[in-house]
Design a protein around this ligand. Structure first.
Ligand code: SF4
Length: 112
């Protein structure tokens, strides 16, 4: 579904039927009140770009809200985990490399 920022996000839900105006982020819905979702978070959220780049069914995203420098703005922070290899994924847009081997240029200098 299209977010208030205009990007497609599988975690956004909006109900506008018959005058309703209910919007929610189903990735951040469990966040405590101080970290509740507001539509402005979609503008800088990395999730739409991650899901466009990587559709791996084993990739699980966990979201939290962090504050920018000086605490003036909130932004979505994403952590990714692969349920197939049971490891954290540092580059969720690329993946862990198990199902879709990474080209050598992406792994140079990372091992050893
Ligand atoms: S905050 Fe991110 S994950 Fe949540 S609805 Fe907006 S774009 Fe999607």
């Amino acid at each position: 579904m299209r977010t208030p920022a205009g990007t497609e996000c599988p975690y956004f839900y909006g109900d506008y039927y018959r005058g309703r105006n209910q919007e929610e982020c189903r990735l951040l819905e469990a966040a405590p009140p101080a970290n509740h979702w507001t539509p402005d978070l979609c503008r800088t959220c990395p999730v739409p770009a991650i899901t466009r780049a990587n559709a791996c069914p084993h990739l699980v995203l966990t979201a939290s809200i962090s504050k920018t420098l000086l605490g003036l703005r909130r932004q979505v922070k994403i952590e990714a985990f692969c349920t197939k290899t049971n490891q954290a994924v540092s580059e969720p847009q690329i993946g862990c490399g198990e199902c879709h081997p990474l080209p050598p240029i992406t792994t140079e200098g990372k091992s050893k």
